[in-house]
Design a protein. Structure first.
Length: 395
């Protein structure tokens, strides 16, 4: 049964089960209606070092995974499997103020599906393909991870390892085809709403997106007794222009891949990405274009993660990851590292009941040099400690 559509179904394959319960109703017209989701609440304490301002903060907030309320309906007509899905993703906290008069509701999922023996078409707003498995195999998806410098009292979710090991795939408008499920290998390829590039220092932004962005992902699952293996690879390509006619054209591209091996109760994850013209942390959010407003900057990053599950209920896991953005030698005059963020995370994830999870986590996040994007201007060598504890209830 689905927990949170594609998002939590994929996660459920990688960690001890959080819950199987959800409301499912059979309609008189042959369609079925389902309601599922989660609510999570964490206390998060952060302490920055003197380089980052020496500040301490406490917050009661949502973790990396927002609370979810999902509604879906499925039916079969003319030999085709049809479905619609809506996913609401609220956060519980106010961004550092007393009165915010209502939770921040993020409408992350709105899509339809058409499927059959030939595969499935998904059309609407859903998690992107590029980097999807990187976040779904991240231990901090069930916790807090990195909070982000200056975002200790943020109104949204935490960062987990977004910008500290992978670039956020985001929930985007798309039309995606996937080969038939239930087999070891599956290929997905989609056309996505393209994103503009902000341009270089004082330069023209790349506002013209004449064709959709293309994203693709291949996954291969294999099981042998108590051992499971997941291998994936993905890619992205996008073209944008800085003028309605003529002008400069920028071609952004990226590659990502990884492996998750479950050997009895031991879990090992290694993943990474490379890109050109993608930026860092939040994809296409700035710093993709070099100072000469023509050439594109490169980025890379990766994660190493190890976990062990006791009695099928308690998982102890630790991980390290980094995300790096480099200058362009031609466009910036050098190939220096423009931004390099890293984090270490250790956590205990205990399945208290079939539906209730207890989480304790600690993270050190920092930078080895200059920073760009969300954390532009942060002093070199800054670091911060995050300690968190909380509950996740799946239904």
């Amino acid at each position: 049964m689905k927990r949170l559509a594609l998002l939590l179904v994929a996660v459920a394959l990688l960690w001890p089960a959080a819950a199987n319960a959800q409301l499912t109703m059979q309609m008189s017209n042959g369609w079925t209606f389902a309601f599922a989701g989660n609510v999570n609440v964490f206390w998060v304490f952060t302490k920055a070092d003197s380089t980052a301002g020496d500040a301490s903060n406490s917050s009661i907030r949502t973790g990396l995974l927002p609370a979810f309320a999902t509604f879906s309906a499925k039916g079969k007509e003319a030999g085709m499997d049809l479905g619609v899905h809506f996913g609401f993703a609220p956060q519980i906290q106010c961004p550092g103020v007393h009165d915010c008069f209502g939770a921040n509701i993020d409408m992350r999922q709105v899509y339809l599906t058409v499927g059959g023996k030939w595969g499935q078409i998904l059309a609407g707003r859903e998690l992107g393909l590029f980097g999807r498995q990187n976040i779904l195999t991240d231990q901090t998806l069930f916790g807090v991870g990195a909070v982000g410098f200056g975002f200790e009292q943020g109104g949204g979710t935490t960062l987990g390892r977004i910008g500290y090991g992978y670039i956020y795939p985001q929930f985007n408008a798309q039309v995606t085809y996937s080969t038939r499920g239930g087999r070891p290998g599956q290929l997905s390829i989609g056309l996505f709403q393209p994103s503009v590039l902000l341009g270089g220092t004082g330069g023209n932004p790349y506002l013209y997106t004449r064709i959709p962005r293309v994203e693709a992902e291949f996954t291969y699952n294999q099981k042998s007794g108590k051992n499971t293996f997941l291998v994936w690879a993905g890619g992205l390509w996008q073209s944008t222009a800085d003028s309605a006619t003529g002008g400069n054209t920028a071609s952004s591209f990226g590659g990502t891949g990884g492996i998750r091996a479950g050997i009895s109760d031991l879990s090992i994850v290694v993943s990474g990405y490379i890109g050109r013209g993608l930026g860092t942390t939040l994809m296409f959010s700035g710093d993709e274009v070099a100072a000469n407003d023509t050439d594109l900057r490169t980025s890379d990053g990766g994660i190493v993660q190890l976990g062990y599950t006791f009695n099928k209920k308690t998982t102890i896991a630790g991980s390290w990851g980094f995300s790096r953005l480099r200058n362009n030698e031609t466009g910036d005059g050098n190939k220096a590292v423009r931004s390099n963020l890293y984090s270490y995370t250790a956590g205990i994830y205990h399945q208290w009941t079939k539906s209730l999870k207890l989480v304790l986590e600690g993270t050190q996040e920092g930078t080895t040099g200059e920073t760009a994007g969300l954390f532009a201007g942060l002093p070199p060598g800054a670091s911060q400690i995050n300690v968190s504890g909380g509950f996740m209830l799946f239904y």
